[in-house]
Design a protein around this ligand. Structure first.
Ligand code: UDP
Length: 231
């Protein structure tokens, strides 16, 4: 399971969808699928819209979150387009039905697609407001029994003990337990997501997506970024 933040598709300013960036990501995903690894993707929507930002501006939180979920569909379709340009069979499954755009999320069908070598992109988050796409990735990982959840981050190599942008002495963890993340309140992902991974024993690798080749390295277990697991 590859979790891409919406920002991973964006230009330098972190907004919108940059076709060149999408193209590079798709090339990397293609390299992984061509080795026979089954790849599912959850992509966020933060490059277009975040529910919390909308509600901070006075919007109803649920409405703002639905807008965020729709943003993830836009990103998912962009990614599908990029992958198919590289000849990679891809299906988008949405948690909110929009059959003209994508298949509805059906777990068993998703697993069949993966078995057939298709990349499955899970769009529209969990379909529920008040959740994030990190939680979506954890949930879908559990549902499809993913071996690992790869958290691709921009501008950072892994999980640090302090914000490296603000503190030059911040050090990166190479290994953490789920409990470390919860107890130290490390800003990796929200607690719902980390708890789901903990309860279902899904290892997480947090790594830098800006470095070409990292998706492949993370997939094949090269030491990279921060590994979060039980022990
Ligand atoms: N969202 C939601 N429910 C979900 C997943 C996402 O309401 O199950 C909304 C939420 O408003 C969130 C937005 O979609 O802010 C975009 O997702 P996220 O912030 O996780 O994207 P990322 O930070 O990964 O780009």
């Amino acid at each position: 399971m590859l979790k891409l933040s919406g920002e991973a598709l964006a230009n330098d300013k972190g907004f919108g969808i940059d076709p060149e960036v999408v193209n590079r990501l798709c090339q990397e995903i293609k390299r992984v699928t061509s080795t026979g690894v089954e790849v599912a993707v959850v992509v966020g929507g933060g490059n277009i819209w975040r529910g919390l930002k909308g509600s901070a501006g006075g919007m109803d939180r649920a409405s703002a979150d639905y807008m965020g979920m729709l943003a993830t569909v836009i990103n998912s379709v962009a990614l599908q387009d990029g992958l198919e340009k590289h000849g990679v069979d891809t299906r988008v499954q949405t948690a909110i039905e929009m059959r003209q755009v994508a298949e509805p999320y059906i777990r068993r069908r998703a697993i069949r697609h993966l078995e057939k070598g298709r990349v499955v992109i899970f769009a529209a988050g969990t379909g529920n407001p008040y959740f994030t796409t990190d939680t979506t990735a954890a949930l879908r990982s559990a549902e499809i029994e993913a071996d690992v959840m790869l958290m691709a981050k921009k501008h950072t190599n892994g999980v640090y003990d302090a914000d490296p942008k603000l503190n030059p002495n911040a050090t990166m963890f190479t290994r953490l337990t789920y409990n470390d993340v919860l107890q130290k309140e490390l800003a990796v992902m929200d607690n719902t997501a980390i708890t789901l991974c903990m309860n279902n024993n899904i290892p997480i690798v947090v790594f830098n997506i800006d470095v070409p080749g990292n998706i492949e390295k993370a997939c094949f277990g090269e030491t990279l970024g921060t590994l979060i697991e039980r022990r």
